[in-house]
Design a protein around this ligand. Structure first.
Ligand code: RIB
Ligand code: CA
Length: 310
């Protein structure tokens, strides 16, 4: 039996791609999903996570809603400018029957880790609020994690501001807790914008997905919206599948290149708020993954999405 995988997310179009890539397995077995506000409000990201899992035929995977707001300071707004008001580019996936797990996302993660009879990897692809709450409230459970993979931060420039990447910017205090001062020993990989911005699906790949079946067609529709949003904000003809790369860092770590670093997060209220930096010349507890085999990673994304339409 494969090791267990938990995902904390804020779907979000690239979160949708990431969840579907995770469902295509087989290296890790997705056993639970928690949600956080970010790309859209919490009710939306939770609904979207359940709808995306149902699209993959995995409505059996429990989803628990976590934090709606950052720990300390509320950022202004969500990611609607990139992901649409509904968070999924208006593709309007059907809502599966039933509802989310009644537990708070952080408690759900803790219970899922404690209940696991095999190693658990947690992949965080939204703001880190739930992970910080897990570390602060349930350190015994957090300490049992085999690995944490985070999509967030950058070594170079940001995307939501010149300095900061969106997931970190939305809750910098949470990111400080998780990346700089965790209080628990969890092998952590930080997949940064420096790699993920290079991971954009070519039009031909999106066309192949569209022709492949219902799952690929919904992904193509969402990616069309995503690409238009990036073009309209002057970012060029790109559809960076940030979150899917973080999931692949857990499924296929050999495709990612990282180096040990001590990561610092700017938690001031100035222009650099949410920026992540690595202390020069110092190894540290976090493996910063700012490079990888981009063609192979993109092939893996398309191959796994296509597998869901077979
Ligand atoms: O900066 C990219 C990250 O912010 C991704 O997780 C995307 O979904 C948004 O949440
Ligand atoms: Ca996300």
């Amino acid at each position: 039996m494969a090791d267990a995988l938990l995902i904390d997310c804020d779907p979000g179009i690239d979160d949708m791609i990431a969840l579907l890539v995770a469902c295509a397995g087989p290296e890790l077995d997705l056993v639970g999903v928690s949600t956080v506000g970010g790309n859209a409000g919490l009710a939306r990201t939770t609904r979207n996570a359940r709808a995306v899992l149902a699209l993959a035929g995995r409505a059996d995977i429990p989803v628990a809603a976590g934090a709606a707001r950052p720990l300390v300071r509320s950022s202004t707004g969500f990611g609607a400018h990139v992901h649409g008001e509904d968070g999924l580019g208006g593709i309007d996936l059907p809502t599966p029957p039933g509802g989310p797990d009644p537990r708070h996302g952080a408690a759900f993660l803790a219970d899922s880790i404690r209940a696991a009879s095999r190693p658990v990897t947690l992949v965080a692809i939204g703001p880190l609020t739930n992970i910080a709450l897990l570390y602060a409230t349930f350190p015994d459970a957090a300490a049992r994690l085999a690995r944490l993979v985070v999509m967030g931060g950058s070594v170079g420039t940001g995307n939501i501001t010149r300095a900061a990447e969106f997931n970190i910017w939305w809750d910098p205090e949470a990111a400080h807790r998780v990346l700089t001062d965790p209080g628990v020993e969890v092998p952590t990989t930080q997949v940064t914008l420096d790699l993920t911005l290079r991971c954009t699906l070519p039009d031909a790949a999106v066309a192949r997905l569209r022709a492949g079946g219902p799952v690929g067609a919904r992904c193509a529709d969402a990616l069309d919206f995503y690409g238009r949003a990036y073009r309209e904000q002057g970012s060029g003809d790109v559809t960076p599948v940030h979150d899917a790369i973080a999931v692949l860092a857990a499924l296929r770590p050999e495709l990612i290149r990282s180096r040990p670093a001590r990561v610092l997060v700017d938690t001031t209220t100035g222009a650099e708020r949410g920026a992540t930096t690595v202390e020069a010349g110092r190894a540290g507890p976090v493996a910063v993954a700012d490079d990888g085999d981009v063609p192979a990673l993109l092939d893996e994304v398309v191959r796994r999405l296509s597998r869901l339409d077979r």
